[in-house]
Design a protein around this ligand. Structure first.
Ligand code: NDP
Length: 264
């Protein structure tokens, strides 16, 4: 991939979405019921997107659906797609694809946000079934969902796929086990898909590392950390919207950080 000079200047974290930036765009968010997925889904809706909320806990998805409905007139109604990425089989993926095809006829954006942390322990001690679960949800399910949805992404004039990485997705760290390995794999999946789609389709494929964010997953990883010291998911959505929408036209195969590096 050869990013152009203008694409090298692109800084998603500086992006402030316009009111109707996503008008007429159908965007699917995995893990939309909580954390970063919820915050991005709400801001996509505020920017006019038809948001497809995918997740495993229907109660949480219904909560986000209701929050979107309360945003007021002019905000398109969201749809809910219950899918447990750990247990889903081929027929479930086909049903999801069919539901999206019937309602929207295409897909303009796909955010792979759902993930499992697993356990933090040494490779020595890592429980094999947990390793497999984490790899399945974080990597295999993202691959299968993407593969299933590619025809609908190709039906869009201007489609985006955004994967989610982590600081441990490029540099391994002791005790981060399957989570770190899975994020390396997702970085690879992004590069392969970006290379395959570049030049041959209007689909662009990028990856974002949100950095430290105040969510349940972060609490699980760092239980004694002061929550107030962490940025909220709501403060980082600009980067996501830039990469999921028209602002990132021409940008593919790139990795972005949602937060500015710390000084010093
Ligand atoms: P959360 O734990 O708050 O959210 C994770 C989401 O994934 C939840 O909505 C969860 O659903 C969903 N999910 C988990 N397992 C499944 C499954 N089997 N099927 C469907 N959905 C599932 O974490 P964050 O918001 O922090 O994480 C979002 C992304 O950001 C992840 O990819 C994470 O790796 C990444 N990230 C986060 C960082 C942070 O500091 N928070 C740092 C670096 C990366 P449910 O609510 O039902 O459990």
């Amino acid at each position: 991939m050869n990013p152009t000079t203008s694409s090298l200047d692109f800084q998603p974290r500086m992006h402030t979405p316009a009111a109707d930036e996503f008008r007429g765009r159908a965007v699917l968010v995995t893990g939309a019921g909580s954390g970063i997925g919820r915050a991005v889904a709400l801001d996509l809706a505020r920017a006019g997107a038809e948001v497809i909320l995918l997740g495993r806990t229907v109660r949480k998805l219904e909560g986000v659906h209701a929050e979107i409905a309360k945003l007021g007139a002019g905000v398109p109604e969201a749809s809910i797609v219950p899918l447990d990425l750990e247990r889903a089989v081929a027929a479930d993926y086909e049903a999801v694809t069919e539901a999206i095809r019937t309602r929207y006829g295409r897909l303009d954006g796909l955010l792979h946000n759902a993930a499992l942390l697993g356990v933090l322990t040494s490779i020595d001690q890592y429980d094999v079934p947990t390793f497999m679960r984490v790899m399945h949800v974080n990597v295999t399910a993202a691959f299968v969902l993407t593969q299933q949805l590619l025809p609908l992404l190709r039906a869009s004039q201007d489609a985006t796929v955004l994967f989610t990485s982590s600081g441990v997705g490029q540099r391994g760290r002791a005790y981060w086990g399957a989570y770190s390995v899975s994020k390396f794999a997702v970085e690879g999946l992004t590069q392969v898909l970006a290379h395959e789609t570049e030049g041959s389709s209007p689909i662009r494929v990028n990856i974002i590392d949100p950095g430290r964010v105040r969510t349940a997953m972060r609490r699980q990883a760092y239980p004694s950390e002061a929550q107030e010291s962490l940025p909220t998911a709501e403060s980082l959505t600009g980067s996501y919207l830039a990469l999921l929408g028209p602002a990132s036209r021409g940008i593919t195969g790139r990795r972005f950080e949602a937060q500015a590096p710390k000084a010093g």
